[in-house]
Design a protein around this ligand. Structure first.
Ligand code: FMN
Length: 367
C-alpha cells in the first residue's frame, strides 16, 4: 500500500491500523534544536481522542503518545522523529461480520477490489484512527509555525443545518464546548440536532473552517506545487473530507469580477495592503501575507445504526445495521486533524520557499 507519506522537506509517514498493536508517524525533516516533549504532542492528540463527549464514539482510548526517536535531552536532533500510540481498547468482535459484507459509505468494497484482502477490523488503515499520526506530526509543525509567529485557529463552522453566526463569534468558547463551535447558541442548537440524529440511529455532516493568522508572504510554488493545491491535497486526504474551499471558495463562481477582486492600497505606514480578502490569502499559488482562510466539508459518519441495504462478498443482497462504537458526527474530532494537515503543508512549503531568492541563499550561507 503506497501513498502513506506527505510532504517534501517536512515529511510525515503515517502507519498502523485501527485494531493493530499501535498507530503512529515518522516525521522527517524537522530541524535540530526544537524543544520537544510528549506533552507538546499529547495536548493536540487529546483534542481528537474518542470518548470525550456524548457526540463522540464511546470507544475510550488514552491515546497516550510515546516519542521513540529523534529527541535527545529535550531537543530534536534533526533525525527522524518516530511516535507511537498503542491501541488499547480494540473490540474486534464488533467487526467479525463485516469481513463478509461491505458497509455503505466505507472503504470496504474498494479495498477488497484493489487488494483482494483487507484488515476489516474497524476499517484497518481507512479508520479515523489513522489521523493520530497526522495530529502527532502536525503538533510539531504547529509548534514551529508558532515560533515563527504564525497561528492557526480552527473550529466547527456548521453541523447539519446549524451554522455559526459571525455576529456571535467568540473564539474563547471554541475549546469549551464539545462541538468546537465559536458560537454558544449555535452549539446548543447543533447539540439538539445531533440528539435527534442519534435517536433515529443516524449521523450528520458539517463544515470545518481554519484561519491562518500572521502568515509569512511568498510561500508556495507557482505551478504544480501551488500552496492552495497542496493544502487541497492535504485536506482531501483526510477520511470523510469531501470538499475544500479557499477564501470565498465555491461562491466565486457566482460573483462579479468587481466583487471578487481584492483591490490594493497603501497603508498609512506605506505598506501594500488589500482592501478585502476574497482570495483567502493566496494568489497565483503563493501566500500574500493576509490571513489564509480555508474550509472543508465533512460527510456524515458512515457507520449508522439505521437499517441499510448492502451485498456480501459472495454476492448476496442483505439488510444490515452497523455494530461497533461510532461518532454521530465526525466534525468535532476532525477539527484538530484539519489544523494539523494545514500546518504540515504550510511548514513544508515554507521550507521549500527558503531557496526562492539568491540573496536569501547568500545571506543564509554567509557568503
Ligand atoms: C477523525 C475521524 C474519525 C472518524 N470516525 C469514524 C467513525 O467513528 N465511524 C465511521 O464510520 N467513520 C469514521 N470516520 C470516517 C471514515 O474513516 C471514512 O469515512 C471512511 O474510511 C471512508 O473514506 P472516505 O469517506 O474518505 O471515502 C472518521 C474519520 C475521521 C477523520
Amino acid at each position: 500500500m503506497a501513498g502513506s507519506t506527505f510532504g517534501n522537506q517536512f515529511k510525515i509517514t503515517t502507519w498502523g491500523e485501527s485494531h493493530g498493536k499501535g498507530i503512529g508517524v515518522v516525521v522527517d525533516g524537522c530541524p535540530a534544536g526544537l524543544a520537544l516533549c510528549e506533552e507538546d504532542i499529547q495536548k493536540n492528540l487529546d483534542r481528537r481522542k474518542p470518548g470525550q463527549s456524548k457526540y463522540s464514539t464511546p470507544r475510550k482510548e488514552d491515546d497516550a503518545v510515546e516519542i521513540l526517536s529523534g529527541v535527545f535531552e529535550g531537543k530534536t536532533t534533526g533525525t527522524p522523529i518516530s511516535m507511537i500510540v498503542y491501541n488499547k481498547t480494540q473490540r474486534s468482535s464488533d467487526y467479525g461480520e463485516i469481513a463478509d459484507y461491505y458497509r455503505p459509505g466505507h472503504a470496504d468494497l474498494t479495498y477488497d477490489t484493489k487488494y483482494g484482502f483487507r484488515d476489516y477490523r474497524g476499517g484497518g488503515r481507512s479508520s479515523g484512527r489513522e489521523t493520530i499520526g497526522r495530529v502527532a506530526g502536525g503538533a510539531i509543525a504547529i509548534k514551529i509555525l508558532d515560533l515563527l509567529g504564525v497561528q492557526l485557529l480552527t473550529y466547527t463552522r456548521s453541523i447539519g443545518p446549524v451554522k455559526t453566526d459571525d455576529n456571535n463569534f467568540d473564539r474563547s468558547i471554541i475549546s469549551q464546548n464539545p462541538l468546537y463551535m465559536p458560537d454558544a447558541e449555535a452549539a446548543q442548537r447543533a447539540g439538539a440536532f445531533l440528539e435527534e440524529c442519534m435517536q433515529h440511529g443516524d449521523s450528520s455532516g458539517g463544515m470545518i473552517e481554519c484561519i491562518v493568522k500572521n502568515m509569512i508572504p511568498g510561500v508556495g510554488e507557482p505551478v504544480f506545487e501551488k500552496l492552495n493545491a497542496n493544502l487541497g491535497k492535504a485536506l482531501l486526504s483526510i477520511g470523510a473530507v469531501k470538499s475544500f474551499e479557499i477564501g470565498d471558495g465555491i461562491a466565486v463562481s457566482q460573483a462579479l469580477g468587481s466583487e471578487n477582486n481584492d483591490q490594493y492600497t497603501l497603508s498609512s505606514e506605506g505598506h501594500k495592503v488589500k482592501l478585502t480578502n476574497h482570495s483567502g490569502g493566496i494568489m497565483g499559488g503563493i501566500s500574500d501575507g493576509s490571513d489564509i482562510l480555508l474550509r472543508v466539508g465533512i460527510k456524515p459518519t458512515p457507520s449508522i445504526k439505521k437499517e441499510q441495504s448492502t451485498i456480501t462478498k459472495d454476492g448476496r443482497s442483505i439488510q444490515i445495521k452497523v455494530k461497533g462504537r461510532h461518532d454521530p458526527v465526525i466534525v468535532p474530532r476532525a477539527v484538530v486533524v484539519v489544523e494539523s494537515m494545514t500546518a504540515i503543508t504550510l511548514l513544508d512549503m515554507l521550507f521549500a520557499s527558503m531557496t526562492s531568492q539568491m540573496d536569501h541563499l547568500i545571506r543564509f550561507f554567509h557568503r
